[in-house]
Design a protein around this ligand. Sequence first.
Ligand code: HEM
Length: 531
Amino acid sequence: MKQGQEGAKDKRFSEEENENTLTTRQGHPVRNNQNLRTVGNRGPSTLENYDFIEKISHFDRERVPERVVHARGTGAHGYFETYGKAGDEPVEKYTRAKVFSDAGKRTPVLVRFSTVTHQQGSPETLRDPRGFAVKFYTEDGNWDLVGNNLKVFFIRDAMKFPDLIHAFKPDPVTNIQDSERIFDFISNTPEAMNMITYLFSPWGIPANYRQMQGSGVNTYRWVNEEGKGCLIKYHFEPLKQGIKNLTQEEANEIQAENFNHATQDLYEAIENGDYPEWELCVQIMEDHEHPELDFDPLDDTKIWPEDQFPFLKVGKMVLNKNPDNYYNEVEQAAFGTGVLVDGLDFSDDKMLQGRTFSYSDTQRYRVGANYLQLPVNAPKKHVATNQEGGQMSYQVDRPESANPHINYEPSSLNGLEESKRKVAHHRPYVEGELTKEPIDRENNFKQAGERYRLLEDWERKDLINNLVNSLKPCQSHIQQKMIHLLSQCDEDYGKRVADGLSMDMDATKEEYSEEITPTKGKLPKKGGSPL
Ligand code: HEM
């Protein structure tokens, strides 16, 4: 009961104070929050002004570094409800992960949606892949599925990720995003054609975060009770809210009025009880190299054709609660591809392997060594570790039943012990020469061509316009290279971009004879559409 209301007085508070009384973080009531402590009412101020120093120095530290990618985002809480099946089969046939067993069981989730390239306060209308990261607080500990809205990615080897991101981020000299730098990189990266075809079409600007798909993109493994593995791709398909994308023109109109439209849309839908829902589907492949396919199942620049590898429904996700505090629950949230539970495993996908190092590495820097102690990142299940100390440590993970003096293992003095549960491990046999080489079945153009032909007319028109506008400010040898790559996807595709740039198709087949202008000291040419 609050002070001032009838009944016994709460002894925690002095006269005229109650639980709404402002305090310092030391618990001292603040009796003057308007004025510095000064000598006379005109100053100078005094150094022992503790209330002020605590207030201002905390303010000075109110930001952690923004995410190096996916800085702009929003999030919501909800649940995942399993169907207990993968398509028509019991899900246990493929995985022993408890999150999928017992039809109807609900697991709490946190989802963070984001754009990739631009900084924290950037407009949400920009052309960019959208992040779709889900943290499942399962009974076996946390599982993170860190995906995007598009089903493929630009590159297939983690070694190239920093270069890709540098090319898309602002120029290190001018601090301006420059489509010449982007297409300089892309025109030298033929595996990006599938992704570029998605990205420059309306699929590169989803109308909002509710009306888009999500995909794990990388290939994972499932492991069943017998230790048998299979290869898996994950896909979230929007249910009642459907899918909606924007043309560049539509996006420009929204951007002129609102650069938080996607955050606002999600927040308001949830506040109004219009909870967005997605169905989680998987595609399954037997666990081997699949020489019969014209692509490698571990290549994230490829989709797995749905007619050969159907989408099997495994459950549904509902977002029904906005965060109580954005910073605590979204900004400090840390997702990573290494966060898997029993029954879910990695594949040898080279991107996935590189990503798995990168996420927790950046989070130890971005949020701090004890980022997993924060409520949003901590599992909702029991945790027992011998980890100690580090900045901002505020608890030890040992239960009262364990000896508090023992922070090592093994011990015969009642310390923590390894689990004695025996599980059948999935034990793939791996052999080969240690090497640094690309994969064999690169097949960089076929799926991009198929994608181009599958687009509706208005989508293809927008794709060509967007590519032409973004290529216009580029030097001609970059334009030529791009047309050469796009023509290998589909001749019509290359030709329409060449026409838009008033380039002769035959010229694009010749060696690049133009003089190449170094970028040093130059500002991006005007006229390209922003990404
Ligand atoms: C965020 C690295 C590829 C989806 C991040 C972050 C890093 C990173 C360092 C910031 C994390 C943080 O500060 O908490 C990498 C590397 C990649 C890669 C090294 C390739 C080797 C991908 C791919 C996808 C993806 C292929 C999509 C399938 C995401 C998402 C986030 C993210 C959704 C934001 C997570 C959040 O909301 O907090 N990535 N990434 N990344 N990445 Fe990647």
